[in-house]
Every structure is written in C-alpha cells, then in structure tokens.
Write a protein that binds this ligand. Structure first.
Ligand code: NAP
Length: 326
C-alpha cells in the first residue's frame, strides 16, 4: 500500500470545507490504472458539488480532470501501460490528488502536441465546447453566436473554436476588466453584463441581428434576457448556473419569443461511452494541433491551496482556466 495526498470535503459549504490530507492508496483494482498526477484541472462544477447544489455522498473528493503518468495497472488493463502520459475528465469526482486509481477505460493517452498542463485545463472544458459546437448545434460559417462569460474557462475555448469554424461571436463579461480577454479569444464585440439593458447593447453591436444560438452558463441572472437575443427558431443553450439556478420557463414564452428551442445539456452523457469519449478527445486534440483551440491559464494554485482556487473562481477574479499542481 502506498500513499497519496487528497483534498476532500466532509460537509458542504464555503471553500474552507476543503481539507488536504495524506491517505493510503491501494494498488489498482482490476480494470484500473494508478496515476501520478502532474496537473489537475478546476471546473465550476467543483463549486456546485462543494456547496451541495449537486449533492454527493460525504465525505468525498472533488475534481473531474487531471493529467499524469501511469505508474501501475490492474489486472485486465491492456490499453494503457506504465510510463504512458494520460488524462481524464469523466472518472467520477476525486481528481484533487497527487496520485489516484482511475478506471483505465476513462483515460485517454496524450499526444506529444498536448502537454500535461494543457490537457488538465482543456479536456473537460474543451470537450464541453466540442459537444456545444458540434452536437447541441452544428455551427456553420456565418452563424451569429452569443457566448456569455466569454473570458471564462469554457467561454474562451468555446469562442476560439466557434470563430475557427467561421462563426461570429459576441461575448459578454461580468466586468469591463475582462473585455480584453474576451476580445483576444476572438469576440467581435463584448457586452458588459452590468448594463441592465445588455440585450439592447447586444442588438446595437450586431445592427439588430439576433443570434442563431445563445450559449448561457450564467443561469439565474441572464437566462430570461438571453431569450430576447435569440433569432426566430433559434436555440438557447442553458448549460450552467454560475449565478444560481436558471428560472423555470413556460413553454408558451418560447413561442412568444420566436418559436425558440431551449436545451439544458451536459458534457457527461456526451462522453459516457469510452469509445465516444476517445473519439471526442481525438477531435479536440486535432483542433489543438490546428491551433483552433488553445487555453489561457489565468490562475495557478498548489493542491494545498485548493480553497484559494475556489474562492478566486467564486469571486469572478480569473480570466481563463485555473490549473492546480500537486
Ligand atoms: N453543462 C456542461 O456540460 C458544462 C460543462 C462545463 C462547464 N459548464 C458551465 O460553464 C460555466 C463555466 O465553467 P468554467 O469551469 O469555465 O468556470 P469559470 O471559468 O469560473 O467560469 C464561470 C463564469 O461565470 C461567470 N459568472 C457569472 N455570474 C457568476 C457568479 N455569480 N459567480 C461566479 N461566476 C459567475 C464568470 O464570468 P463573468 O465574471 O465575466 O460574468 C465566470 O467566468 C459554468 O457555469 C459551468 O457550470 C457546463
């Protein structure tokens, strides 16, 4: 039995409920691989789970994505071997650790073009952008898209990839200081959400044209107004709730706003099947190799300072992705 350092919560609450401690790490079970993790990703879902918005049985680890090196494999594992560089984004919570056992079918080997830090900050967020741009709506050249939180982790990746596909992206940010990051990601214009009539500002920026798709992961503060920015027969994608749970919407409202489509998708079912996950990851790695997808690391924290990483994200102080190092 070897040891590892793991961040866990024993109760739901503020960032301080995260505690890092040494634990015993058993050898990998059949079907598992043991990883020495070199880079760990932070995702906003980690906050929802820490707060108990999406409750998990306690105590629990948190974190969905990491990259590292395979140290050992359990019985029956043939697709990865000791020494392989790998990453994962859908192996259950518990990525906040320096070493971990993971179901081998949840791992994807990393190409030389994708360093560990990029993998740990891109896999979850990049595969989110991948299904949003390819499956939720197959983005076409000339599509006008409204992307909320365009300076955030998913927001920057989604914007860059959409622009590479030929779309025009109008972004929003929660503060003027993030405008530069949203423009650098490829937004044609950036709307400040502090303007109470930000939908009018959006329409002013587009010359009155409405969006084919609105990507909204802010939720409570924005979703109703997002409906006013979608073109007739357009799509409103509610894929998160950074400001709180989105309001319930009467289907009749979708009729009144222009026969809109509304969906609430998630990255997990899109990557539940291991073969589909690896195919999606190959698509993402191809987009990285083409330069269509890059990540901006806007905050770096040690595993021991994981509470500070959560606080920075909650306080909207980060532009881009947060990287955690063991
Ligand atoms: N459904 C899915 O498959 C899926 C997968 C991944 C992520 N997501 C969602 O996508 C969003 C972005 O995730 P991320 O990991 O990229 O995190 P992130 O970088 O921290 O992004 C969260 C963004 O939300 C905005 N925001 C608005 N109101 C906020 C508030 N009250 N508190 C904190 N942030 C607020 C912030 O941008 P401004 O300050 O500029 O407004 C911030 O950039 C989250 O809502 C997450 O749940 C969904």
């Amino acid at each position: 039995m070897s040891t590892c350092r793991v961040a866990r919560i024993a109760e739901f609450g503020p960032p301080e409920v995260l505690r890092v401690a040494a634990e015993a790490l058993p050898p990998p079970a059949p079907g598992e691989a043991q990883l020495r993790q070199t880079a760990i990703g932070f995702n906003f879902i980690d906050i929802y789970q820490r707060r108990g918005v999406y409750p998990l049985p306690l105590p629990t680890g948190l974190g969905f994505e990491a990259a590292g090196v395979v140290e050992a494999v359990g019985e029956g594992v043939s697709d990865v071997k000791p020494g392989d560089r790998v990453a994962y984004m859908n192996a259950g919570p518990g990525a906040y650790a320096d070493r971990r056992n993971v179901a081998a079918e949840r791992l994807v080997p990393l190409p030389d073009t994708v360093p560990d830090e990029a993998a740990a900050t891109l896999l979850f967020k990049g595969l989110t952008a991948q299904y949003l741009l390819r499956r939720t709506h197959a983005v076409q050249p000339g599509d006008l898209l409204l992307v909320h939180s365009a300076a955030g982790g998913v927001g920057q990746i989604l914007t860059r990839w959409a622009v590479a596909l030929g779309a025009t992206v109008i972004g929003t940010t929660g503060s003027p200081g993030k405008r530069g990051a949203a423009l650098a990601a490829g937004c044609a214009a950036v709307i400040d959400l502090n303007d109470p009539d930000w939908p009018a500002a959006f329409l002013a920026a587009t010359g009155g044209r409405k969006a084919r798709v609105v990507y909204d992961a802010v939720g409570q503060d924005t979703l109703l107004k997002s409906l006013d920015c979608a073109a007739p027969f357009g799509l409103v994608v509610c894929y998160g709730a950074a400001s709180g749970k989105a309001p319930a919407i009467d289907p009749e409202l979708l009729n009144k706003k222009g026969c809109l489509f509304l969906t609430r998708p998630s990255v997990f079912p899109h990557n539940a099947d291991p073969a589909t996950f690896r195919a999606n990851a190959a698509d993402l790695f191809d987009a990285i190799a083409r330069g269509h997808v890059t990540v901006t690391i806007g905050g770096r924290f040690r595993l021991d300072d994981i509470a500070a990483a959560h606080r920075a994200a909650e306080e909207r102080r980060v532009e881009g992705a947060i990287l955690i190092t063991p």
